[in-house]
Design a protein around this ligand. Structure first.
Ligand SMILES: Nc1nc2c(ncn2[C@@H]2O[C@H](COP(=O)(O)OP(=O)(O)OP(=O)(O)O)[C@@H](O)[C@H]2O)c(=O)[nH]1
Ligand SMILES: [Mg+2]
Length: 231
């Protein structure tokens, strides 16, 4: 939700990174934070490398009509069972980056994750950018094929290897550009009070989890991890 922060006379906007479990949301948010944030970004709660709360980082992101802009980038948890938390974070979004693992299996997981998002986006007209991540994986599909498989062939899609930092900035800039375009179309920006991400954490802690679904995902991950370690 874009807000004009009267105290610091800047425009604050939020870009939410969403997507299925393990697609690379945390990797994107951390890479952006490492490049642009002046202070270290907080580390989200994790279990076996899966985000349980959300990642975030905040940095200066140029100007909009000569007003300095501060972007907060939020990374949602992707494990099944965390849908209510995802919805809560998406309610705060000025734009969504849907990250998708570009492998055939990853695209299937992406399709399941994007379905509820598409209806929310259509309803609120939030701009969306698709990131076809993990392009380095041997069986990965090219970005247009990923967008097609996700059912959004028209919007912008960017290829990335987030783990190496490739495509991370381009994806962010594409989302930022979409926010600017949406702001251009509005006559006025509502001057709403700015809610810092710290307060979001408290709100998110009260959002109920689907404990059964979440435990199922975490057990699957644990079994995969153990299978990898067994001789
Ligand atoms: N090969 C490859 N691996 C990647 C890439 N980007 C991220 N990864 C790896 O994929 C794994 C999952 O990445 P995360 O960023 O934690 O994924 P996430 O979307 O935040 O996962 P959840 O929080 O569980 O939803 C990590 O081991 C990353 O290093 C990539 O471009 N290529
Ligand atoms: Mg994560």
């Amino acid at each position: 939700v874009t807000t004009f922060d009267l105290a610091s006379r800047c425009l604050r906007l939020r870009i939410v990174y969403d997507g299925a479990v393990g697609c690379g949301k945390t990797t994107n948010v951390r890479a952006l934070g490492a490049m642009f944030a002046s202070e270290p970004s907080p580390v989200a709660d994790e279990l076996f490398g899966r985000t349980l709360s959300f990642d975030w980082t905040t940095f200066r992101a140029g100007t909009f009509r000569e007003v300095p802009t501060i972007a907060t980038v939020l990374g949602a948890p992707g494990a099944r069972g965390f849908e209510a938390r995802r919805r809560h974070l998406l309610a705060e979004a000025d734009a969504v980056v849907f990250v998708c693992e570009s492998t055939r299996e990853g695209v299937i997981r992406g399709r399941a994750a994007i379905a509820p998002l598409l209806s929310a986006i259509e309803h609120r007209r939030i701009p969306m950018v698709v990131q076809a991540n993990q392009q380095d994986r041997p069986d990965s599909l090219p970005p247009p094929a990923v967008a097609l498989a996700l059912g959004c062939p028209e919007g912008p899609v960017l290829g990335a290897v987030a783990r190496e930092g490739t495509g991370v900035v381009d994806t962010f800039l594409a989302a930022l550009q979409r926010v600017h375009a949406a702001l251009e179309k509005q006559d006025a920006t509502p001057a709403r009070a700015y809610v810092p991400p710290e307060n979001l954490a408290a709100a998110l802690a009260n959002v109920p989890l689907d404990v059964d679904a979440a435990s199922e995902t975490l057990l699957e991950l644990l079994s995969a991890e153990l299978a990898q370690r067994s001789p």
